[in-house]
Ligand binder design. Structure first.
Ligand SMILES: NC(=O)c1ccc[n+]([C@@H]2O[C@H](COP(=O)([O-])OP(=O)(O)OC[C@H]3O[C@@H](n4cnc5c(N)ncnc54)[C@H](O)[C@@H]3O)[C@@H](O)[C@H]2O)c1
Length: 297
């Protein structure tokens, strides 16, 4: 029998046979009865992850600024740029959290550089650091970066400088003010920071059997994309330059599903990885078949 997520997937272009296949996978993913936290669960990739996790038997704790419609255990209203709201949410979460899915994020424009840095990276780092003591051996963290963050190598030392500071918003705000050059591309820089943070945490977490990874999506149809093109006035032709060679935008589910895989038992030896989920876009850039628009080579 198809679960609600899998039925939804059938509506979204999958078919019943595919749904049944996914249902058979349920038990090997290891989520049954586990507590998981999903930020950005109201929409897009986070919503898709929350639906699937719930179907897989996880107890999903959804953190979002907006209303959440996925069938979750508990919804906690947070603003990722306001660490007090994160502290309040964390105080209501269970003592043991098996998986953390960092999906909340905003486009810039229309969001300001400062809000983008705070929501997309500073809040993500703060929440992750705060929850780490509750993640037991076998637990995992998966975050959403972006192909727009793939040029992280050029800023590695600068980002390490930021990561050497404490994780408060006040410290981050002062650091951003002192580094206006990197913050000019607030979105790309925040995503670079997620990638470097992920890689930098892997060693410490491996010592206690906890994994951390991130994905870098190519352009995806979601509330984010509507905002970027609408209020953000980003021309569609510009975004289309970053589409994979299959010529289309991804769906939220096509990003939420690899996140669920990464935090699952099936990826039990995978950590410190930034996985481009882009139908080969980054691969084409890396082997010189496409222009290196994000400076990743
Ligand atoms: N859509 C794309 O093309 C694309 C590409 C690469 C990376 N990303 C990243 O993917 C992630 C998910 O985005 P999406 O495409 O699913 O977009 P989306 O807008 O559908 O989902 C983003 C979610 O984050 C929540 N959110 C926004 N601001 C928040 C805040 N201050 N506090 C708490 N929650 C907040 C929203 O309410 C929403 O539920 C984001 O981090 C985004 O940067 C998106």
């Amino acid at each position: 029998m198809l679960t609600p997520y899998l039925r939804r997937q059938s509506y979204n272009g999958g078919d019943q046979a595919q749904g049944a296949e996914l249902a058979a996978m349920k038990n090997i993913l290891g989520y049954e009865g586990k507590n998981v936290v999903v930020t950005g669960a109201a929409s897009g990739m986070g919503q898709a992850a929350a639906w699937l996790l719930s179907d897989l038997g996880a107890r999903v704790f959804a953190l979002d600024i907006a209303d959440v419609s996925a069938p979750v255990e508990m919804v906690l209203k947070v603003d990722m740029k306001d660490t007090e709201t994160l502290d309040t949410a964390v105080s209501q979460l269970p003592q043991q959290v098996h998986g953390l899915f960092n999906c909340a994020g905003v486009p810039c424009p229309p969001f300001s550089n400062e809000d983008t840095l705070m929501i997309n990276f500073v809040g993500l780092r703060y929440l992750t650091d705060t929850l780490l003591p509750r993640i037991p051996e076998g637990g995992a963290i998966a975050s959403i970066a972006s192909t727009a963050g793939m040029g992280w190598k050029a800023n590695l030392d600068t980002i390490k400088g930021l990561l050497a500071q404490d994780n408060s918003t006040a410290t981050a705000a002062a650091w951003f003010e002192a580094h206006p050059d990197v913050c000019a591309d607030a979105y790309g820089f925040a995503k670079q920071c997620i990638i470097v943070y992920t890689m930098s945490k892997a060693r410490e977490l491996a010592q206690r059997g906890v994994r951390i990874n991130c994905i870098s999506p190519s352009p995806t149809d979601s509330g984010f994309m509507e905002k970027l093109k609408g209020e953000g006035e980003m021309p569609a032709e510009l975004i289309d330059m970053f589409l994979p060679s299959n010529g289309r935008y991804a769906t939220g589910a096509e990003m939420g599903e690899p996140l669920v895989l990464l935090n699952s038992r099936l990826a039990s030896f995978v950590s410190g990885l930034n996985v481009p989920v882009d139908f080969g876009y980054c691969a084409e850039v890396l082997v010189g078949e496409r222009d290196d628009l994000f400076g990743m080579r």
